[in-house]
Design a protein around this ligand. Structure first.
Ligand code: IMP
Ligand code: MG
Length: 187
């Protein structure tokens, strides 16, 4: 059965055009920052939420970069991060001596990124920077501040542009707030 998207999305928080415009601005900051770095940069996308952001950002980058992905799980349930981060799929790249840029969809408690940034530094990355499309600073549990942020958003559960609820809605080209009714119905 196909669900009407208007019954799922309460409101569009960031429309498609605004997402794309902001990514161009972020890319120019990243291009500027790495301009004088001679070696290649490794972009590390965190699966699966960051795939849209990774693809659109990478297309705007003028630096030499390689792309790799990691899959981690930190959610105890659909909404709350557990603080207990597990690597489900590791990088194929050896990060020793590399300048790494972690590409994330959204920072919530900060548990995922605190773990990842630490782990990549421990493996000997030369530098570890973080770019996130969204940030929900109200919910922070770990002291982690991204180097570049697309949008700070209030404490609402969002879907679209890579982000899911129960693996659905990642394909929406905009970022929307899920109607509370959607998860209340299932509770
Ligand atoms: P953290 O470890 O609590 O910072 O959680 C970060 C991860 O939780 C993100 O990479 C997302 O995959 C997921 N997440 C956090 N907030 C949302 C949301 O509002 N919608 C969808 N996924 C979210
Ligand atoms: Mg994620």
């Amino acid at each position: 059965m196909r669900t009407d998207i208007n019954e799922i999305i309460g409101k569009v928080l960031i429309d498609q055009d605004s997402v794309q415009k902001r990514i161009k601005q972020l890319a120019s900051k990243v291009n500027e920052y790495y301009n004088d770095v001679d070696n290649d940069i490794l972009l590390v996308g965190i699966l699966r939420g960051s795939i849209m952001f990774m693809a659109d950002l990478a297309k705007q980058l003028k630096i030499n970069c390689k792309l790799d992905f990691m899959d981690v799980s930190s959610y105890g349930d659909e909404f709350e991060s557990s603080g207990n981060v597990k690597i489900l799929k590791d990088l194929d790249t050896d990060v020793r001596g590399l300048d790494v840029l972690i590409v994330e969809d959204i920072i919530d408690s900060g548990n995922t990124l605190a773990f990842l940034a630490d782990s990549l530094k421990q493996r000997g990355a030369k530098s570890v920077k973080i770019i996130t499309l969204l940030d929900k600073p109200e919910r922070r549990e770990k002291k982690i501040s991204p180097d570049w942020t697309g949008f700070k958003i209030p404490n609402e559960f969002v879907v679209g542009y890579g982000m899911d609820y129960k693996q659905l809605y990642r394909n929406l080209p905009y970022i929307g707030v899920l109607k509370e009714q959607v998860y209340e119905d299932e509770a």
